[in-house]
Design a protein around this ligand. Sequence first.
Ligand code: C2O
Ligand code: CU
Ligand code: CU
Length: 507
Amino acid sequence: MDRRGFLVAGLAAALTGSRALAQMKMDGMPGMGHAGHDMGAMGGAMGGAMGQASAALPEGEALRELPLLANEGGRPGLFKARLTAEPATARFVEGQDTPILAYNGTSPGPRIEAHEGDRVEITFANRIEGEQSTIHWHGMPVPADQDGNPMDPVAAGADRVYAFELPEGSAGSYWYHPHPHGRTAEQVYRGLAGAFVVKAKVDPVPAAYGDTALMFTDLRLAADGTMPDNTMIDMMNGRVGDHVLVNGQKNPKLAVGMGARRRLRLYNATNARFLRLAFANASMTVIGSDGGLLEAPVAVEELLLGPAERAELVVAFDRPGVATLTTLDYDRGWMGPGRPADAGMTLLTVDVSDAPAEAMPPLPGRLRPIAPLGAPTVSRRFVFTETMAMNATGMEMGFLINGKAFEMGRVDIVARAGDTELWEIVNQSDMDHPFHLHGTQFQVVESELGGKVAKPPYLAWKDTVNVARGETVRLLTRQDRPGPRMYHCHILEHEQLGMMGIVDVRA
Ligand code: C2O
Ligand code: CU
Ligand code: CU
């Protein structure tokens, strides 16, 4: 029997077998403190995943812009503010308060907007009772000791300042989220994530297109309005919710004039949802990736945005009527029963009026140059595997890189600052894993699946790339700042279960 077959059989046994067998034993799983996930929890998991009626959320409200974090810097070139992580309540369903975690009271957190060349000083206050946290600046070129690594926790009740400069050329769509050891997945799905937009000094994209961040999150609500804990199915596949939200709203509405063009920054801030996106009755042009603008715009019919990935789009609304942002089916190798229906969700509805919009300047044909990273001086291989086994006391899962689960005190590889390296990410497992590297942006050079090698359609700066099951992705990367950096699967439950390592960059 292959591994997948074994696993499914194992789960079936767990569901129908003795209580002892269903007792989930999770050795070395930080954050799964209550190791006794029993039949009850499992049954609940299956129920939820198998389409038990979930609460109806209001749709069609006017799209909210993510609230802007006020700059208290008081002089040009300084962005200074405070971010407090704390419990809050949200109202997803009429008459029901949902306890969440929020930055400055909102989820998604406030949008940070700063400019290339700015100095950033953000005081982080951790007011989550009894839990460590950090703020990680996902994708940003910040010093290692300012990057919110799990090795640098901020204790409950404590404050710390994160300070860094935004280099020239770093404009892009980044985000921030917690990264404490063993608790990242939970703190993020409970609400902690926000957008960090670094603006260019000179921006080739017409200002008339606006600039709107759309942050996707994934909500699961129990009947009483609370967010259920992660189950075994969640730990295995990553947590997928019942509602994909945009800026905290379900299928919100936007109104534009005919002929309007809008600049949209799409953020996949879900723990584990793969979003294969298409626009009906509007046309999409990709202008940017995780780390900023492409060299030239690329018209696309659809776009796969894996967990943690971002894309900048220009969407043209040339036909009156209704345009919708919808999802298509994507098979990322779901384990066990309860594969969620990914296709046919409407994430955003745009009303395009008969009245023409004000005339829009055209998008320039060239956006900015991207210098290809040169020939690598080092090459490395990272093999992703999963291990799952049923034994007398329960099921054991492991998510490994080069045969090892993450250990905080262990340096997995040593790299030299300034060296260009070729990283080969080999996915020998049965599900897709979105690979993410801290501290820099990389360039994907090729991917290989079933013996067929493919080049990416365009050169782009990325910090997260999906590696499909059975696929190998080769990328070039260079770290310019010394210090320890994490690399991991951005399905946050997989990161928690060990699919993470440390590269120590030395000067
Ligand atoms: Cu989004 Cu290790 O991070
Ligand atoms: Cu990151
Ligand atoms: Cu993974």
